[in-house]
Design a protein around this ligand. Sequence first.
Ligand code: FAD
Length: 819
Amino acid sequence: MSKKKLLIVGGVAGGASAAARARRLDETAEIIMFERGPNISFANCGLPYHIGGTIKEREKLLVTTPEQTTAKYNFDIRIRTEVISIDRKKKEVVAKNLETGEEYTESYDALILSPGGEPIRPPIPGIENPNVMTLRNLPDMDRIIEHIDGKKTAAVIGGGFIGLEVAEALQERGIKTTLIELAPQVMGPADPEMAALLHQELRLFGIDLRLETSVTEFKESEEGISLIMSDGKKLTVDATILAIGVRPETTLAVDAGLKIGERGGIRVDDHMKTSDEHIYAVGDAVEVIDFVTRQPALIPLAGPANRQARIAADNIFGRDSIYKDTQGTSICKVFNMAIGMTGLSEKMAKRLDIKYEKIYVHPASHASYYPGSHPITFKLIFDPTTGKVLGAQAVGAEGVDKRIDVVAVAIRAGLNVTDLSEFELSYAPPFGSAKDVINYAGFVAENVISGDARIFHVDAAIKPKKNQKLIDVRNKEEVGLGTIPGAKNIALEELRENLDQFSKGKEYLIFCQAGLRGYLACRILEQNGIKCKNLSGGYKTYMMVTEQHQQISAIPEEETMNTDTGEKTPSSKPEIREPVLTVDACGLQCPGPIMKLKSALESVKTGESICITSTDPGFVSDIPAWCNSTGNKLDKLEPVKGGSYKALITKCAGGEASASIHSGTKRFTNVVFSSDLDKALAAFIIANGAASMGYEVTLFFTFWGINILRKKEKVNVKKNPIEKMFGMMMPKGAKKLGLSQMNMGGVGKAMIEGIMNKKNVATLSELIASAQENGVRLVVCTMSMDLMGIKSEELIDGIEEGGVAMYIDQIGGNANLFI
Ligand code: FAD
């Protein structure tokens, strides 16, 4: 065989791998590697970690030097040399020595292009400023480190992999960092509710996260660079890093007339061959086929680049090697958290109209009784009929990589959810659970496919249909920390004795904290002939989807910065007391940490403080709510390196009883005096809302208000002539009420009812029914009944009669309205 001459453009991930494989296959080949930069084979993925100081020595990023590589592989390595053109006819390239300016030609038998992807710099005014920096290689990293040395503030533009890693690195160096992202979420390839968990983490670690914001101009200023943003605000910072993505470097390929794919990458076949049979291309510069969607895609990751490089070299040196597409398996560290994903996302499934079902589970990363476990939020996407695994995403402080990798293999192998449930995975308490996260997700998905579990998702919980009713089967303590509006609370343990509260004509939307108790509740209800569905992933998933926790940030200890002016303003530092008790609630999930805190507070005196540590990210949103509702003081809330969260709470006077959640019951009362439709609607909307928030609600109907509760049909009761006349003149029940204003002889009322119907707003009769279902007490004033001649028989079912004393007793020290 004649000696083959292989030229390679690019000497990092794809280029260096291709060269090494080529040498292993052919000891005689002449292999020349051109690299524009000063280094080959450096660890570009490690760059952010040197900026942040985790990788202390710069040399560690240099996996090898040209000299070492040449000695080992007998390559001809030409650094600081750029290939500037390709003559496909002559099978030659023109290379330019960037140090001397010398240009020369080099012929080839085969050429591999691995030029990578270049950071995108859109045409924003001022972007050409050299201090708007990007990060791609070691010189970029050195420039950033030099520039930020001693600086206090920075902005990172773009919340993708690199933006997130750089933002964390800067913050780790003590630089107050603002992260600006155009989309409503960071980590674009992930689904929004999964990314929402990162928003909380970023804010907790002090990142000023600005979503749905773009930079419209960069202005040089004396203090640094001023960023003008789409919301009109100005942000002046010492350093600016642009990380809004990369685009394939295709100039060489385009100039050489090679085919470019529809997504803008070099088009290659499954042998990594371009449209020229002597030229191969690999890495970030090429367009691949998405393994699941079968669509062309740009997926710039190091793993695919390395595998493609090996395949290109194989094919050049006579082996028939096929690249079997890219599934986008990736992971990113965001402070204590990691987000990992593989295969199809829900947003991609929607975009491409691919049929899918999804489930969420929130198990612990390893046996929760063994120290150091953390919850993992795991989302599995699968074919709703065959159960074929299509994708997964996971967020957590530990064990995300292992779970995503297992699913990545399952997707590759074309396995289904039953296979996941059957996987035998390594287990001992420090590492996992006997039912691993993967098995667990498999069980849940399998139940959905088999029809053993009917599930619903958060969109249905936010807007239930008319015949659906939300039931929260968590315990009172959990409900006290928040629930889904409109939900009625019947704890799982009390379900069997409350079956009479369920009607066969309705469908019940059941939820618990993470999904398991909801499933058990559904099994009980279904076997009693009651129609129901369980919220996949429970209230935790509801909180993620509605992003109710994302605004939470650490309670600041030190000075904060007014980022819009660049000036620093000291924040008032809360007085922090030394804790008298330290509570370890790690490994417990809601309401575990709160219950531990509650009993700990009972054992300390007013004015004393407790420090509690939890590994549950949900604790971060629970603890301020709990302190607020119990009257205790949250002095400090901060993340702890390694994946936990620490809160310092002071027991307050008057918050004595607050050491128990909802010390006594929270009550809400309302006097309903009017029989105007609009006022009645307001009364019942508020009552239902209060009931769903765990309040014990009483509506007290006096005078005209009693008419709201009258039956619509005539009831034969004995009345004197005045009572009869009164009875005839007053409206009979919810349907007969008029508006307080603009009634216009009933026209205004008809109009408003039409609008309510169109907007799917419940009618007054429906609101009354749901109030009764929610346990709202409807009490009519006996004295008013007597005055107006209304008899008990004329009222709808389920009404109590009472006097003022009973009503006052209900108010206690609680809220009271008068409508
Ligand atoms: P590169 O590795 O970028 O190599 C291309 C090289 O070609 C460059 O050095 C360039 O100078 C050279 N070149 C270009 N044109 C010419 C020319 N005409 N002549 C000579 N030389 C030329 N991926 C992950 O999977 N996980 C991660 O955690 C991760 N982290 C990352 C962090 C950072 C900061 C960056 C920048 C990237 C990260 N990536 C990560 C992406 C990963 O590094 C790339 O997917 C991978 O390096 C692509 O390999 P490549 O060979 O296509 O391109």
